[in-house]
Design a protein around this ligand. Structure first.
Ligand code: SF4
Length: 403
């Protein structure tokens, strides 16, 4: 058995304090979060200063790093407010900031010694740009999504700077995110946190045809990235960090992605290969989360027309979040705080922190006073019969639409 000397970190999205805890508990080596300002996801539940303090403490106690996104492109009036926030981030000891704008890089360097990671929005695609960023004090580059793993590996070697690449999640159709569709169609600035995902909409192509013959299509909507089968290339190319997209996605998504990718890399670390019987289980887990069809985008070859997902809605993963385990013991049973209602007889799965999940049919649901329940209600506590291996903070999912 060969042990691997190097495996990349798994960097998971944390759109809220709860999701940060989920990602950490399910195995992420690092998480990225946004404050109330200066990031590119104004619609996420961005962290308040108090939540940032709590999140950093929770993550650091468990050996997980926290990166804060400051990747908006700022006007002068916004930039004037940045130094105070940067000093706050330095005080609470965040592990890095992720930055696109040169003015932000300069401000962070002047007001702190926080490591600077260059965002994918900066479109770094070549060695020369990487060397320049390094000279300016950057310690890591999240390379443009247009780059292959092989090209990124070359930059890693020649520029001797850490490289981060996206491994999973929704794709942006614009060149490294430089898009103004939302600005024009919704009055929301994509490059300052307001992307309305306009590229996912259905558009009609009026090519001089009669109204009935007009074609409608989702011709700009990309499939989702999935890089599980590309992990060997990421490793052999020395890519330092594998990023999972999705600060606005669900708790279930944060848990599943953190678990699958960190488990796959831990297997590689101890065996030196991916010849695991678990590979199929990992692929099934990825398919159970709501997603569009998967693509490897440009990780190996440049993305083309087969990367388009020409359909209306996300493909359903077939499962949804049912709740969170609050307590589990032979005496108390499995106490679940319900997030979304489910019924007696529904099929449930408990996402263990590691290894195969635990299946159970919700044949016996009790309320806290031990009265039988036919249909659960959100924000209530219920009990299920105990099963070994179930622990507090694990997530419970229910099969959608199956009775
Ligand atoms: S609308 Fe689509 S292409 Fe434009 S920034 Fe948003 S995700 Fe990217």
């Amino acid at each position: 058995m060969n042990k691997a000397s190097f495996v990349p970190e798994i960097l998971a999205p944390a759109g809220s304090l709860d999701k940060l805890k989920v990602a950490v508990l399910y195995g992420a080596n690092a998480v990225y979060v946004g404050g109330q300002k200066f990031g590119l996801r104004t619609a996420a539940d961005n962290f308040t200063p108090e939540e940032l303090i709590q999140g950093v403490a929770f993550a650091h106690e468990r050996g997980t790093q926290v990166y804060v996104v400051l990747n908006s492109f700022l006007h002068d009036k916004d930039l004037a407010e940045l130094p105070e926030f940067v000093r706050f981030l330095a005080d609470i000891k965040v592990d890095a900031v992720i930055v696109s704008d040169l003015g932000v890089v300069k401000t962070v360097r002047e007001h702190s010694s926080i490591p600077v990671h260059i965002s994918t929005q900066a479109s770094t695609l070549n060695l020369s740009a990487a060397r320049l960023w390094k000279k300016m004090g950057a310690t890591r580059i999240v390379v443009g999504r247009e780059l292959s793993v092989k090209e990124a590996g070359n930059i890693r070697r020649e520029a001797d700077i850490e490289i981060e690449m996206f491994v999973h999640g929704s794709m942006c159709m614009a060149f490294s995110g430089h898009c103004v569709i939302s600005n024009f169609t919704q009055g929301r600035d994509s490059n300052r946190g307001g992307c309305a995902h306009s590229c996912r909409f259905e558009y009609s192509l009026d090519m001089g045809l009669d109204t009935e013959e007009k074609k409608t299509a989702y011709f700009m909507s990309s499939k989702d990235l999935e890089g599980l089968r590309v992990l060997p290339e990421f490793i052999s190319s020395g890519i330092d960090s594998l990023k999972i997209e999705g600060r606005m996605k669900s708790h279930l998504y944060a848990a599943t992605m953190s678990k699958v990718y960190s488990e796959a890399l831990s297997y590689y670390a101890s065996h030196g290969n991916f010849l695991s019987d678990d590979f199929l289980r990992w692929e099934i887990e990825l398919s159970k989360v709501s997603h569009r069809d998967y693509t490897e985008a440009s990780l190996v070859n440049p993305a083309g027309a087969d990367s388009i997902f020409n359909e209306r809605e996300n493909a359903e993963g077939g499962w949804h979040m049912a709740g969170t385990v609050i307590e589990a013991s032979p005496k108390a049973g499995i106490v679940v705080e319900v997030r979304n209602a489910f019924n007696q007889g529904d099929q449930l799965e408990i996402l263990t922190f590691k290894g195969a999940n635990i299946s159970l049919s919700a044949n016996e649901i009790m309320d806290i006073g031990m009265k039988p329940v036919l249909r659960t209600r959100p924000s209530t506590l219920i009990r299920l019969p105990y099963k070994p291996g179930v622990e507090a903070f694990q997530l419970v999912r229910a099969q959608s639409g199956v009775r």
